[in-house]
Design a protein around this ligand. Structure first.
Ligand SMILES: [Zn+2]
Ligand SMILES: [Zn+2]
Length: 144
């Protein structure tokens, strides 16, 4: 039985196909190592460490990496942080708290809607909301 497959396994086409297959896997392996390095780097993980792990343990390395890698790209995380900070700043700019009941009120409010405390006065000329202690309107320069 041993010699039965010999004509196939020793034929030129078989050896060529086998070599092409191994070449394909070698290329695939290096592509995976390169992909892992770049992906880990973009996620802020140690790129060279994961690339080495995938290089030494192609299957186990890539599985462990896919499980253990940080869930998001560094750039995405940075963008999200910036968005949150921008939102906080805009909230701080538009919102303040009522000095009497400490509930959130908008800076343009003339009156606290919760406790009716007078927060601002309208300009006698242009109607813009002014702080109670302002003697002149900064919008139209009218003395109050
Ligand atoms: Zn209030
Ligand atoms: Zn005014």
């Amino acid at each position: 039985m041993d010699g039965l497959l010999d004509p196939i396994t020793t034929s030129g086409e078989f050896i060529l196909a086998r070599n092409l297959c191994s070449l394909f896997f070698v290329v695939l392996h290096f592509a995976l190592v390169f992909w892992t390095y770049r992906d880990a780097d973009r996620r802020g993980a140690m790129g060279w460490f994961w690339a080495l792990a995938v290089l030494l343990f192609p299957v186990a390395g890539i599985i462990v990496y896919l499980v253990a890698r940080p869930p998001e790209f560094l750039a995405d995380a940075r963008e999200r942080d910036l968005e949150i900070r921008a939102k906080e700043v805009s909230l701080q700019r538009d919102l303040t708290t009522c000095p009497s009941c400490h509930k959130p009120v908008e800076k343009e409010f003339l009156l606290c809607p919760y406790c009716m405390k007078k927060l601002r006065k309208p300009c006698i000329e242009c109607g813009n909301p002014l702080r109670l202690n302002w003697g002149v309107c900064p919008y139209c320069k009218t003395k109050q």
